[in-house]
Design a protein around this ligand. Structure first.
Ligand SMILES: *[C@@H]1O[C@H](CO)[C@@H](O)[C@H](O)[C@H]1NC(C)=O
Ligand SMILES: *[C@@H]1O[C@H](CO)[C@@H](O)[C@H](O)[C@H]1NC(C)=O
Ligand SMILES: *[C@@H]1O[C@H](CO)[C@@H](O)[C@H](O)[C@H]1NC(C)=O
Ligand SMILES: *[C@@H]1O[C@H](CO)[C@@H](O)[C@H](O)[C@H]1NC(C)=O
Ligand SMILES: *[C@@H]1O[C@H](CO)[C@@H](O)[C@H](O)[C@H]1NC(C)=O
Length: 250
């Protein structure tokens, strides 16, 4: 398993290109997403949210797309959202600034093209407010991207019923039993079903967002970003050694 993964990665990244990578043109001439947002909640995992967001930030700068792009950090309350789980007594963590509450966002009728739903500790306590928000905003979206147990929050909005999706592979049987109407996939580093793209655990967010950028902005754009990040990308969505490690099967 590890050996074949190693060979796949080696074959995906050339030792050297004949010329260094050049910024490619964006091949997609249809309307590109403009309004992006991420939800956050107590105990959200920083990298679940910000691997995806950071690559989109870099896309906006490198490809000069930022003049049209807008970003919202959306949460239950208009207060800094902390990575500290509500169920712990920890004081160790960081907070991000929230730009809109769920209620404000729904009431405002603002457009939203792409929503990112990260996983986290205390994701269960996020469900009562986050799932209704996701359900209400989903009809406005072009794409919904989940990382880790963000898929379990999204499943509670009912929009994954009958769809293919994945989630982080540890404790797989327990997680998937919480949303039995979803076609949970393992092995899967990420899964795309229509406009819902779900990733596995935290680090898969990079593979997920690069695959999604390849779909929307063109493969040369995502390949360029992968080189810029110096990331040994898995570009085969079912090449997932962690399903074996965590004994996850669909
Ligand atoms: C948090 O602290 C309270 C009071 O000291 C204690 O009863 C509780 O068990 C602690 N919770 C956790 C998750 O450590
Ligand atoms: C999953 O595990 C949690 C706690 O470990 C438990 O409360 C819950 O009932 C389990 N859910 C399922 C569907 O097995
Ligand atoms: C969902 O998974 C099934 C079985 O793996 C596959 O046949 C089907 O094409 C997938 N659906 C979509 C929309 O990708
Ligand atoms: C272009 O972007 C649209 C909107 O995201 C998407 O539906 C379509 O698949 C993309 N087309 C190509 C050729 O990349
Ligand atoms: C993707 O990875 C899976 C699992 O390693 C393998 O069976 C499959 O052949 C690979 N697909 C491609 C197109 O390389």
């Amino acid at each position: 398993m590890r050996v074949s993964t190693f060979v796949t990665l080696i074959s995906a990244i050339p030792v050297a290109l004949s010329t260094p990578p050049q910024l490619p043109p964006i091949s997609n001439t249809s309307a590109l997403p403009v309004h992006f947002g991420v939800i956050v909640y107590p105990g959200f995992v920083f990298l679940d949210a910000f691997t995806v967001v950071d690559v989109i930030n870099t896309l906006s700068v490198e490809f000069g797309l930022w003049p049209n792009m807008r970003f919202e950090v959306i949460s239950e309350k208009k207060a800094p959202a902390s990575t500290i789980p509500s169920i712990s007594n920890s004081t160790f963590g960081q907070s991000v600034v929230v730009t809109s509450t769920y209620d404000e966002f729904i009431a405002s009728n603002k457009p939203l093209d792409v929503l990112i739903v990260p996983g986290g500790y205390s994701s269960r306590s996020a469900i009562p407010t986050a799932a209704p928000f996701i359900k209400a905003v989903y009809p406005r979206l072009q794409y919904l991207l989940t990382v880790c147990v963000g898929a379990l929050i999204t499943a509670q909005a009912g929009i994954l019923d009958g769809r293919n999706a994945t989630v982080s592979k540890s404790n797989w049987a327990n997680k998937t039993a919480r949303a039995p109407n979803v076609n949970w996939k393992a092995p899967a580093r990420w899964v795309a079903d229509g406009n819902i793209w779900s990733g596995s655990s935290t680090a898969s967010g990079l593979d997920l967002v690069l695959a999604w950028i390849g779909h929307v902005y063109g493969q040369p754009v995502s390949q360029y970003l992968g080189y810029l990040y110096e990331f040994d990308r898995a570009d085969n969505s079912t090449d997932d050694p962690f399903s074996g490690i965590w004994e996850a099967v669909s």
